[in-house]
Write a protein that binds this ligand. Structure first.
Ligand SMILES: NC(=O)c1ccc[n+]([C@@H]2O[C@H](COP(=O)([O-])OP(=O)(O)OC[C@H]3O[C@@H](n4cnc5c(N)ncnc54)[C@H](OP(=O)(O)O)[C@@H]3O)[C@@H](O)[C@H]2O)c1
Length: 145
């Protein structure tokens, strides 16, 4: 990815670069190191968005590392992924910096209405993964939809 960006000739500022921290890298020190490792692989001085991939393990330690990296200017936005509504609300209320993004599987067959309601309530931006249902469900020719 890093070399693809370089080869594209598109300036870094024009690209919105997201990466995620996987659960085996949770905990403060591991997360911090894994973000620096991602930046090295991506050949970038900063990341636009970093998400915690799943709500398991030491999510709070991992989040504190993201909070610090955000404040140090290494990450421009921090968020969570695959956190159901109860975990999202908990995370919003029990952290110093609340998630700016909550990424979840959202498409016409899986609309996540309750998550959207609470994301709006707490001013967290909902971002869809699999916005086209990963090509399943014949989305664009489905007569019911
Ligand atoms: N946080 C998570 O746990 C998580 C999990 C999964 C994905 N993601 C992220 O979500 C992002 C989007 O994921 P995604 O690409 O899998 O989701 P997606 O956009 O829902 O699915 C892409 C699939 O939709 C098909 N498609 C696109 N346009 C179409 C059209 N007009 N008609 C019919 N089929 C169409 C494509 O088929 P063709 O390939 O045949 O064109 C492709 O296979 C990625 O950045 C991914 O990393 C996150």
């Amino acid at each position: 990815m890093g070399s693809a960006i370089k080869k594209s000739g598109i300036s870094r500022e024009e690209i919105f670069l997201t990466t995620k921290v996987w659960i085996e890298h949770y905990g403060y020190e591991n997360t911090r190191q894994s973000v620096f490792e991602s930046m090295k692989k991506l050949q970038t001085e900063y990341l636009d968005l970093v998400l915690l991939h799943q709500p398991f393990g030491d999510t709070y330690g991992a989040w504190r590392a993201l909070e610090d990296l955000y404040e140090e200017g290494k990450i421009r936005a921090i968020g969570i992924s695959n956190f159901y509504v109860d975990r999202m609300v908990e995370f919003v209320n029990f952290n110093r910096i609340k998630p700016m993004i909550t990424q979840m599987e959202v498409h016409i067959f899986n609309q996540q209405k309750q998550l959207k309601e609470y994301a709006d309530k707490y001013n967290v931006q909902l971002e869809a993964w699999a916005p086209f249902g990963e090509g399943r469900g014949n989305t664009f020719n489905n007569e019911v939809m």
